[in-house]
Design a protein around this ligand. Structure first.
Ligand SMILES: [Zn+2]
Ligand SMILES: [Zn+2]
Length: 443
């Protein structure tokens, strides 16, 4: 086993919601673990100067499409995990709508093997709910859990059959694993390209009404309530869904949810450009829905911020809007969008934002991550909260470039990313426009 030198992360503002910590201190990393706080340099450590920066538990993205196996023209496990660390993520959960889908032990093991070879970040496997993602027969969930699957999802598509969902929830309850569902009633969205509303009417484009999401969110909550199983609603985007989840949580239903940066930053108005980088599912909705997502983040209804990183090769996204595939990349812009659009305007404080990107997803997935407790795996993200930078897709480590945020000026990005005690990413020295730097505000 390769042994890394100890690392001393010096003088940063350490924000770890898992232990309600927010103070300026030194963090010592040794033997791949968090070894001590308030440690002083002895000369045997590699020192990382974190003065003026934020030191957080390594960020976790629980919703990433890595595309391998089967669609390596869009992304590979190597490029996807490289994009993850560049975005500040030390752990990701990959979604099983690959070709073939991740529905056997052998495929789970293939992902784990490729992730270990890539050696960028931790990759946790979400496996299929149904065999071959066909929505007919349950996959061998027990065997998949044995192989290391942390959750189940047929994302890309919903688990459509309510009886299948009920049995999946019952089965997973025994193992305390969540089902992650893409809530969409297809009869209501057929032929849809964008959110159904005034803008779709003006543009003459097929609509996907928000009620298509709400109806299945309601079904999933009812099934979770009836079975006692854990449902996690993916990429929530509608005011109705946020409201249903808020009420269900109030009744003690085991429901959690996540939101993606595009759903709290953009509206359906963007589709006026006819740019397919604004096409995703669920679609960008009206301001009312964006406001509801932000309100859900603020009051804790929404537990997690994730990306739904969905790379597509350029030639696919170049097609006409109605032919282009749904989805955008997100790993390398998420942190900047959270800081610029949630923290800077005062919607979320740092601790709450970090919580939704660390300990909350770790708790939902049941993984031993998302914390800087002494003895924990040394997964650490040092964040330069004041760096100003411009999103340039040409610089992405992802194989794909399909982002609606090209050219955006963002504040804040990952500076140094440590996974298992080894530095896996350092921001290139020429990449930030630091002229507008301000000192970090203490809380
Ligand atoms: Zn989805
Ligand atoms: Zn997805």
């Amino acid at each position: 086993m390769r042994v890394n030198r100890p690392i001393l992360i010096e003088g940063g503002r350490v924000i770890d919601p898992s232990q309600e910590m927010d103070r300026i201190t030194n963090v010592l990393v040794e033997d791949g673990r968090i070894a001590a706080y308030d440690a002083l340099a002895t000369g045997r450590e590699d020192v990382i100067d974190a003065a003026g920066k934020i030191v957080a538990p390594g960020l976790i993205d629980m919703h990433v499409h890595l595309r391998e196996p089967g669609r390596e023209e869009d992304e590979t496990i190597l490029t996807g995990t490289a994009a993850a660390v560049a975005g500040g993520f030390t752990s990701i959960a990959c979604i099983p709508n690959t070709e073939p889908p991740i529905d056997t032990q052998a495929t789970v093991e293939f992902i784990q093997h490729q992730a270990a070879r890539a050696d960028n970040c931790n990759v946790f496997v979400v496996a299929c709910v149904s065999k071959n993602r066909e929505g007919k027969e349950l996959a061998e969930l027990g065997q998949l859990i044995h192989a290391g699957a942390v959750a189940f999802s047929d994302d890309g598509a919903p688990v459509y059959d309510a009886e299948l969902m009920r049995r999946a929830l019952e089965y997973c309850r025994m193992f305390d694993k969540p089902i992650l569902n893409h809530a969409e009633v297809r009869e209501l969205t057929q032929g849809g390209v964008m959110h159904e509303g005034l803008v779709s009417l003006i543009l003459g484009l097929g609509g996907m009404p928000s009620v298509a999401e709400d109806v299945m969110t309601g079904r999933d909550i009812a099934l979770a309530g009836a079975t006692g199983g854990r449902i996690h609603l993916m990429h929530v985007s509608s005011a109705g869904s946020v409201d249903l989840i808020r009420r269900a949580k109030g009744r003690g239903v085991h429901v959690t949810t996540e939101v993606c940066p595009h759903h709290f930053t953009l509206t359906d108005d963007s589709l006026r450009t006819f740019d397919s980088d604004y096409k995703m599912s669920p679609p960008l909705r009206s301001q009312k829905h964006v406001d509801a997502c932000i309100a859900g983040l603020v009051d804790g209804t929404i537990d997690v911020i994730c990306t739904d990183h969905a790379p597509h090769a350029l030639e696919k996204k170049m097609r006409e809007l109605d032919q282009a595939p749904f989805g955008i990349v997100g790993l390398e812009t998420a942190l900047g969008l959270v800081i610029t659009k949630l923290i800077e305007p005062g919607h979320l404080d740092w601790s709450t934002a970090i919580q939704k990107m660390t300990i909350n997803p770790a708790t939902i997935l049941g993984i031993d991550k998302g914390t800087l407790r002494i003895g924990a795996d040394a997964d650490v993200t040092v964040i330069d909260s004041e760096a100003l930078w411009t999103v340039d897709p040409k610089k992405f480590r992802s194989k794909s470039r399909n982002t609606p945020f090209k050219g955006w000026k963002l504040q804040g990005r990952a500076d140094t990313v440590i996974v298992g005690g080894a530095v896996k990413y350092r921001v290139p020295s020429d990449s930030a426009e630091h002229d507008a730097r301000r000192p970090v505000r203490a809380r």
